[in-house]
Design a protein around this ligand. Structure first.
Ligand code: SF4
Length: 243
């Protein structure tokens, strides 16, 4: 079996912990967020085809050095079978598995959770499902409407709720000036996730590797701007674990 892998960084720390992880960047993504900072990973390319055995070898070689494996991208759930097989191997090696996803493939997430293949899920909650979701994600296509994408994300939320005692769940929202920055919109996201046992992190947009010219000059929101948003959310949802 082969997988389309844009990068495989053998050892790297993961943002929410100081532990070392093998990071696997799957190429291909069904979203085209205008502020994406990994534009080079959105399409699969023939030269990225990697034998799964090669990935297993790297995981085996790194077993003593790392705590786990971070499956990120692009969108890892786009390559269901390869993702499942890599997770099985990681579990065999007793490595922690962390999945970074946009949440648009509920059937893949359910398969992973059902088979106890994932320890931590970081789901990017891109924008309120009640606002113009497509503006923030540019995800609608001829084959898949925004309505269907939102339906799938809602299904993922239901699945996460069913597994939130066994799996650590972290939602992640990028605050992008002019796009995703309004208190009202964040409160709508809070309403969607309030019954899921999860942490929620708001992270600032950075323009360093953004390809879309409209976002290259947009500056990073200040930490006090983000803190104010967090405070506003905490006021309405005091039990929300927001960081
Ligand atoms: S979901 Fe992630 S990888 Fe895909 S376009 Fe959006 S930011 Fe980029």
């Amino acid at each position: 079996m082969q997988a389309f892998i844009a990068e495989l960084i053998v050892v790297g720390s993961v943002e929410f912990t100081n532990e070392l992880y093998t990071k696997i960047y799957f190429s291909g993504c069904d979203f085209r967020c205008p502020y994406c900072n990994k534009p080079h990973m959105l399409e699969t390319k023939p030269e990225q085809q990697t034998e799964i055995r090669e990935i297993y070898n790297k995981l085996e070689n790194q077993r003593e050095t790392v705590e786990g494996v971070l499956l990120t991208g692009g969108e890892p759930c786009f390559q269901k079978q390869a993702l499942i097989e890599i997770c099985k191997k990681a579990k065999e090696l007793k490595l922690k598995t962390v999945l970074d996803t946009n949440g648009s493939k509920p059937e893949v997430i359910e398969a992973l959770l059902k088979n106890e293949l994932i320890d931590i899920i970081i789901m990017d909650f891109k924008a309120s499902l009640k606002q113009d979701f497509n503006k923030a994600t540019n995800s609608a296509t001829f084959f898949k409407s925004t309505k269907k994408i939102i339906k799938d994300i809602k299904q993922t939320l239901e699945i996460l709720k069913a597994y939130d005692e066994k799996t650590e769940i972290i939602f992640n929202t990028t605050i992008v000036p002019g796009l995703i920055y309004k208190k009202e919109e964040l409160l709508e996201i809070a309403e969607e996730i309030k019954n899921i046992n999860a942490a929620w992190q708001l992270q600032p947009f950075t323009n360093e590797t953004v390809k879309d010219k409209r976002y290259q000059d947009i500056i990073r929101p200040t930490s006090s701007f983000i803190e104010n948003l967090k405070e506003a959310i905490r006021k309405e949802y005091p039990k929300m674990r927001i960081n």
